[in-house]
Design a protein around this ligand. Structure first.
Ligand code: GLU
Length: 374
């Protein structure tokens, strides 16, 4: 057992994400026997007092088969939407039935990206989740792919699971995957690749280990979206484990041998800041010079004088990414000005702002209370 093995049983709330390639066989049918094993594992944990939500993929893959659509239903957005609408009802039915067999009650939540990106809607979804979990129900969650559009969708359930974990205040997120963790290189191509048991910090070295694409071609997540999910979870203080779903009773098996990669969570700042850091979208970008970047890293606010440019159409209060001289986004926060006014004051000293704006300036372009470092 690796030292990093976090006992999923130890956290009071757990999110378990199951990928399409595990749930649906290549013929487009639910892998019912395997899923029964997963649900039995969930029931053991539930009886031990753990509150569990499931993030289940598979709607598109299941629906595609029923509708006879090419490319697993992913040939076009319209196909994916139709496949999801058709597959989701079958998927929910299956979950409700299997959970019921274990004496558990299922609930369904279909969410869109905006439901979690908009702060008010996020809090609303969070309170529904909280209520369901406290009632002992098992929410089964998926993206509402039948209405999601290409521009405004998660697209992969890895990040959705991490975001749901954040909304639920979960201590752990487990991604059941067709691979048993993060490897030092792609194990299909490089025989020297080794499994990484524990990651405390996702840096460029860790990022370089991941490469894009889903190995199965059925789901849409790959290691990159899993790392992104891990970043969101870590930031909200939750541990995230990538483990193999290719065994029977995968959760029990993981508990027995601890094989997988655990990304250790470490909460910095408030829940609101974790939500901000975990957002997937920003309305615009503010570029800053090296001096301002250093000041922000020390926890200071972004002043107009340190900004070198703005991009995008954002309003006051919208989320903007803050990018350093190399162009990399290293912080994110709520803009104190809309894009037009921000563009006018870029690079200007504080005493010049009132004249340029025609009103008394705010204390910063992005205030440190509404900013997170990424
Ligand atoms: N939401 C998609 C589905 O249910 C799956 C997304 C993913 O592959 O992660 O089919």
């Amino acid at each position: 057992m690796s030292a990093s093995h976090f006992a999923p049983a130890a956290c009071s709330r757990l999110i378990v994400k199951i990928g399409s390639a595990l749930l649906v066989d290549p013929d487009g049918k639910v892998r019912r026997d395997w899923l029964e094993g997963v649900v039995a594992d969930l029931a053991v944990r539930h009886r031990a007092g753990q509150q569990i939500a499931v993030v289940s993929s598979g709607a598109i893959a299941l629906g595609a088969r029923r509708l006879g659509l090419a490319k697993g239903g992913r040939a076009s957005l319209e196909d994916a939407q139709a496949a999801a609408a058709t597959g989701q009802i079958a998927l929910s039915h299956c979950w409700a039935e299997l959970l019921h067999e274990q004496g558990l009650t299922a609930a369904q939540m279909l969410v869109t990206l905006d439901d979690l990106e908009d702060r008010r809607r996020y809090l609303n979804a969070a309170s529904t989740l909280d209520r369901l979990l406290s009632l002992g129900v098992v929410p089964v969650i998926n993206e509402n792919d039948s209405v999601a559009t290409e521009e405004i969708r998660f697209g992969d359930n890895d990040r959705l699971a991490a975001r749901i974990g954040q909304a639920a205040g979960a201590g752990g997120v487990i991604l059941l995957s067709d691979i048993d963790g993060l490897y030092t290189a792609n194990p299909h191509r490089d025989p020297t690749a080794r499994l990484v048991p524990e990651v405390a910090r996702i840096d460029s070295r860790i990022r370089a280990m991941a490469d894009g694409g889903s190995a199965s071609g059925m789901g849409s997540g790959g290691m990159i979206s899993k790392l992104e999910a891990a970043r969101i979870a870590q930031r909200s203080g939750a541990h995230l484990a990538i483990i193999s779903g290719k065994r029977d009773h995968p959760l029990a098996a993981y508990e027995a041998d601890g094989r997988g990669t655990v990304f250790l969570g470490s909460r910095v700042g408030s829940a609101r800041k974790a939500w901000l850091a975990g957002r997937l979208t920003a309305k615009g970008r503010v570029m800053v010079d090296a001096g301002a970047a250093a000041a922000l890293l020390e926890g200071r606010s972004l002043l107009a004088a340190g900004a070198t440019g703005v991009q995008g159409r954002f309003s006051r209060g919208d989320v903007v990414d803050i990018c350093g001289p190399e162009g990399e986004a290293f912080a994110r926060g709520l803009a104190e000005y809309d894009a037009d006014d921000a563009a006018k004051i870029v690079g200007r000293r504080r005493d010049a702002l009132e004249e340029v704006l025609g009103y008394a300036p705010r204390s910063a372009l992005v205030h440190r209370d509404h900013m997170v470092l990424l």
